[in-house]
Design a binder for this molecule. Structure first.
Ligand SMILES: C[S@@+](CC[C@H](N)C(=O)[O-])C[C@H]1O[C@@H](n2cnc3c(N)ncnc32)[C@H](O)[C@@H]1O
Length: 228
């Protein structure tokens, strides 16, 4: 099993490092900054929020890699602030141990009422079952590998937050990415911190209209795609 170390990134938020891979769960330049930039600002905030609000439709997010639960925690507060409902589905094959979760400082770093209680609720939610975290945020953590994904026409947006192609190239190939495309609804959006040309080309071949977007601090670019 790969060893884990908790490290502090440049914005003061922690992340998990895998020394054998020289890879982290988030950017060393700032875990919270990266997550907010890639998945909230370039992802969720780019959707037509009025459409969801006016029609009282929930936004279904499909995340690849629940990991530390940081993206879910930030999405919870984003949903509350923006007065939209979120149905958050997240796949994870190797859940982070409770002992490690308790060493992460996200609740202290996030200015949000009850961040600690919500973070605990997200982590203690039962796997493979939809749990109501609040009236506008539901969480369904699926204990499954990405290549077993079988959702069809379900999500409005994919948060693709797998480890990088350098260490897990198979998670960025056409076969795996196609499963996430199938899980998306019409006009669905795909966002990832990764900016690699081969990933962009794979997504283009699958029918996404791809755009290179400005990256979070410390990274020039990231990718955003939309089904057309
Ligand atoms: C870059 S981390 C990010 C996780 C998370 N979004 C976060 O903010 O902490 C990637 C996650 O993908 C998970 N993972 C790796 N390979 C996987 C696979 N084949 N199927 C499902 N999950 C996988 C890892 O355990 C890890 O939690």
């Amino acid at each position: 099993m790969l060893s884990h170390q908790i490290i502090t990134t440049k914005d003061g938020s922690t992340t998990i490092q895998i020394p054998e891979w020289n890879e982290q769960y988030h950017s060393k330049h700032g875990a919270i900054q990266e997550a907010k930039h890639v998945f909230l600002k370039t992802g969720l905030a780019s959707l037509d929020l009025d459409y969801f609000r006016e029609n009282d439709i929930e936004i279904t997010v499909l995340e690849a890699g629940f990991g530390t639960g940081l993206n879910a925690l930030l999405s919870y507060f984003w949903a509350k602030e923006n007065k939209v409902k979120v149905n958050y589905i997240s796949l994870e094959a190797f859940p982070v141990a409770e002992k490690e979760v308790s060493k992460l400082n996200y609740p202290q770093q996030i200015e949000g009422e009850q961040a600690d209680a919500i973070f605990k609720k997200l982590h203690s939610a039962i796997w493979d079952k939809r749990t109501e975290i609040s009236s506008n945020f539901k969480l369904h953590k699926i204990h499954q590998k990405f290549d077993q994904l079988s959702l069809i026409d379900t999500a409005n947006i994919v948060f693709y937050d797998a480890f990088g192609p350098r260490v897990q190239p198979d998670l960025w190939d056409m076969k795996t990415l196609e499963l996430f495309k199938t899980a998306l609804k019409d006009k669905g959006v795909f966002v990832t911190y990764c900016a690699k040309g081969s990933v962009r080309r794979n997504l283009e071949s699958l029918g996404f209209k791809m755009k290179r977007m400005p990256g979070p601090p410390g990274k020039r670019e990231m990718l955003r795609g939309e089904l057309i």
